[in-house]
Every structure is written in C-alpha cells, then in structure tokens.
Design a binder for this molecule. Structure first.
Ligand code: FAD
Length: 461
C-alpha cells in the first residue's frame, strides 16, 4: 500500500483500541505506525482495569481471613504492606507492557514514543522531535482522562492515575464520585484498612445501573464499613498541618489524609489539533463517528473512549478490530453496542447485561421481573451476612430475557456466561430448561419460578 504517504495508517494512542487496530491493519498488509505519549498498553493495562483488579484481590484478604474462622481455621497475626503490593503490581504491569510492545513489533508495527497531534487530514506532528508524518488514514485512539472539578485546592486531590502510585496507604481517604471507578476504589481502600468515606452529590450512586443493584450495593458497602454519604459534595480543599480539610456544601468540614476524585472521565481531545483537520466533536469533546468509526473527515477514524460510546476495554478492542477489518480488509464490520455484559469490581461485585428494569419498562411497557435475594451457602459457616441478589428482566410476549443483573461473589465471571444467552436472545423458558448446577448461587438463574409483584399488588392477592 502506502503510495504517496509515509504510512497507510497512523494510530495515535497505543491503548486497547489503538493496539488492536494497528496489529490487525498490519496483518492485512498495511504499513502502520503508532504513537504513544505514555506507556504502550494504555489505560486498561497501565492504570485501569488490570492494576485495579489486582488491588481488588489484595483488598479481599482481610475479609477472607475473618471468614476462615468459621471453617475451623485459626489465622495468625496478619499485616499488610502497601509498598510490596504496589511493587508486585508494577512488576506485573511492566511484564504486560513488554508483551504489548513485542506483539506490536511482531506484527510489523512501528512504535513511536511521542505525543502526536494532527496537522491536517493526512498529517500528524510528533511533539517529541517536531517531525511531520503523513498517512493515508489516521486513527485517533487517545482514550479519556480523569475529570477534576474546578474548585479551590483541587490540586491536593488525586485521581485513579495517582492512586496506583501512592507512597503509602492513607490512614483516611475520601473518594468522591458515584460511578464504577469510585465504588471500586472505595472498596479497595476500605478492604485494605483505610478509613474510607465515599461522597456522592446525587441521592443514589451508580446512576444508569439497575435500581435494585444500586440500593443493595449501598447497603452492603455500608455493612463492610464504607462511610457512604449521598447528597454531599466538596466546595473547597485546604491542606492544614499535614492533613486535608474538605469543606462541604452544607458547611461541614471533613478531615482526611487523601481525597480521590472519580467523577467521570473526559475524552482526551484537548490540544490534539482536531480543529486543524476539521474533525467534528460532540458536547463533551468526544469525537463523533459513524457505525464504522469514521469521523466527518474521510481519512480520519476514531475508536474507544475518545468517542464516548461505551467506555470499556473490550468495546474499544472490538471497535479497533472492526475499523481495521473495514478499512484494510475490505470487510465492513460495525460493532453492535446494544448488549454489553459488564462487571463492577465493587465489594460485593456486580455483573450486569442488557436492559435495566427501568429501561425495559420505558421501551417495552409491561415487563416481567424475576428476582431473588439470599445469603449464599458460604455465609452459613463464615458468619458473613452479605446478600447475593439476582434479577431477570423478561419481555412478556416473547419471553425474551432482556436483562440480567447480579450482585454477589463472582458476578463478573457469571455475567460473561449469562451474557452469551442474553446476546443469543435466550428466553425465560430456555433459562428454565437449563439444568441447574448444584450447589451454586448461579443455579437461582435457572430456577426462578415466581414473577415478582410490587408489594401493593401482593397485598391485594
Ligand atoms: P486508552 O486505553 O486510554 O489508550 C489511549 C492511549 O493514548 C493512552 O495510552 C494515552 O497515553 C495515549 N495518548 C493520548 N493522547 C495521545 C497523543 N496525543 N499522542 C500519543 N498518545 C496519546 N474497562 C473495562 O472494560 N473493565 C474494567 O474493569 C475497567 N476498569 C477501569 C478502571 C480504571 C481506574 C479506569 C481509569 C478505566 C477502566 N476501564 C475498564 C476503562 C478502560 O480502561 C478503557 O475503556 C480503555 O482503556 C479504553 O481504551 P482506548 O483505546 O480508548 O484508550
């Protein structure tokens, strides 16, 4: 390929979407370069999903040690080293970073360690050395970055980026935000022994998730010791005598050792030169694309978080793959964003796929709900009173399962498998026809008999 350009494809950003697109395009014979300003692997590998999950594992042990007693174990004195955890986590991230680099090199992709910005529809400029490079196609896969509100003293706050590199585990921390990153980090810090407060400015966190999951997660997190404060927000932060004073909107002052903002992420489009090429942006600064991830400019495409479609690694990977197939293999592929199974590594964990009850009612009117809440078998000896909750959202006419929402141990693993059934258009009858796996919590999913009735309807029976 190439012709009049230096490369067939120039990818900006070596994260989940960019790496996949670069490798697949190269495998179809394209001459490809990818520019990365930080570390190859991107957010998920370097400072997102992977290190986060390792910290979640670490934070579960305190509870495991306690629960072991009911099963006859005497656990001796325990202690925790943040430094050791972070060093081990960093070693693993370095290993993965190396694998990503090697895989790109093996595919014949040139890696350029520099920030890249657009000069025009077919030219990028490397910030490291000012070099200008031309390409037939440019793929913008620059991801997103944590949002920090503009308030006095916000420079004292950390985000998830810094949370992975703190010198020490704070004795006290306040996590601000109500999305999945906020609940996950509140669980991590709480499990590791920090006095943890989570503040959210709305009435109930995890907006967009199923109502029941949101409520039960809040109850369970409080039981585990997280001080959850809804309808609460910080207006100013001050550093005083080695601690942080957080001034709240209601006039209260919270004293803490660290404050972490997890209040959303913004597409990384600032200063990228998109205006030089005339690329259209949406209201949040996201790049607007069509089903094939093409922008309004023929030579420029965008995938992943920068397009703000569904900000998850597997989605960015799919979009990157589909882009490369479409453009470099003459095989148009559009990603279907309608059913996306996902896990939240909160404590307890949650898994969710398809429509929430509210979404299903809005779209389909009448719907059937099946739900159950129980104490899992392990709790009988461990003494834990943590609940497991499961809910099926079913379309009455077709009996199609529109959504499944689970809270409890291993929900993330579970929802991947359930996601297959939901993606295939599985019906309630097909769930019921599946033989149960006993004894598991998951067997509830195929043995839910009674439709749930709102309390008023039940009283009238
Ligand atoms: P990224 O992976 O962010 O990659 C973009 C890359 O572009 C970065 O490496 C960046 O340095 C680089 N870059 C930016 N601008 C430039 C430039 N101008 N020049 C050169 N390089 C540039 N998703 C899940 O599916 N599951 C999870 O459990 C999960 N947990 C998460 C936890 C945290 C704390 C965070 C922050 C995110 C998490 N995510 C999770 C989301 C996931 O990380 C993203 O959806 C995914 O990384 C998006 O991939 P991407 O290719 O769009 O961008």
């Amino acid at each position: 390929m190439t012709g009049k350009y230096d490369y067939d494809l120039f990818v900006i950003g070596a994260g989940s979407g960019g790496v996949r697109a670069a490798r697949i395009a190269a495998s179809h014979g394209a001459k490809v370069a990818v520019a990365e300003e930080y570390r190859v692997g991107g957010t998920c590998v370097i400072r997102g999903c992977v290190p986060k999950k390792l910290l979640v594992y670490a934070s579960h042990f305190a509870e495991d040690f306690e629960e072991a007693a009911g099963f006859g174990w005497t656990v001796g004195e325990t202690s925790f080293s943040w430094k050791k955890l972070i060093a081990n986590k960093d070693r693993e991230i370095d290993r993965l970073n190396g694998i990503y680099i090697r895989n790109l090199e093996k595919a014949g992709v040139e890696i350029i360690e520099s920030r890249a910005v657009l000069k025009d529809a077919n030219t990028v400029r490397l910030v490291a050395d000012g070099r200008e490079i031309t390409a037939g196609r440019i793929l913008v896969a620059v991801g997103a970055t944590p949002f920090r509100p503009d308030l006095p003293g916000v420079e004292h706050a950390i985000t998830s980026n810094e949370a992975f590199h703190l010198d020490a585990l704070p004795g006290r921390i306040v996590v601000v935000g109500g999305g999945y990153i906020a609940v996950e980090f509140a669980g991590i810090f709480n499990g590791l022994g920090a006095e943890t407060i989570q503040l959210y400015r709305g009435p109930l966190f995890m907006r967009g998730f199923d109502e029941d999951l949101r409520k039960i997660l809040a109850e369970e997190m409080v039981k585990k010791g997280v001080d959850l404060r809804m309808n609460s927000d910080i207006v100013a932060i001050e550093r005083k005598a080695g601690e942080l004073h957080l001034k709240l909107a209601d006039g209260d002052v919270l004293k803490t050792d660290a404050v972490m903002y997890a209040t959303g992420r913004v597409p990384n489009t600032a200063g990228l030169g998109l205006e030089n090429a005339g690329v259209a942006l949406g209201p949040k600064g996201e790049i607007l694309v069509d089903r094939f991830s093409k922008t309004n400019i023929d030579s420029i495409y965008a995938v992943g978080d920068v397009t703000d479609r569904a900000n998850l690694t597997p989605v960015a990977i799919r979009e990157g793959q589909a882009f490369a197939e479409t453009v470099f293999n003459d095989n148009p592929v559009a990603v279907d964003h309608s059913i996306i199974p996902t896990a939240i590594f909160s404590q307890p964990e949650m898994g969710t796929v398809g429509l929430t009850e509210v979404e299903a009612r809005t779209r389909h009117g009448e719907i059937d709900i099946y739900k159950t809440s129980f104490r899992p078998m392990k709790g009988t000896l461990s003494g834990s009173d943590e609940k497991t909750f499961m809910k099926l959202v079913v379309e009455p006419a077709s009996q199609r399962v529109l959504g499944v929402h689970i809270l409890g141990p291993a929900s993330g693993e579970l929802i991947q498998a359930v996601g297959i059934a939901v993606t295939m258009g599985g019906t309630k009858a097909q769930f019921d026809a599946t033989i149960a796996v006993h004894p598991t919590a998951a067997e509830e999913l195929v043995t839910l008999k009674e439709k749930w009735q709102p309390p008023a309807a039940r009283a009238a029976d």
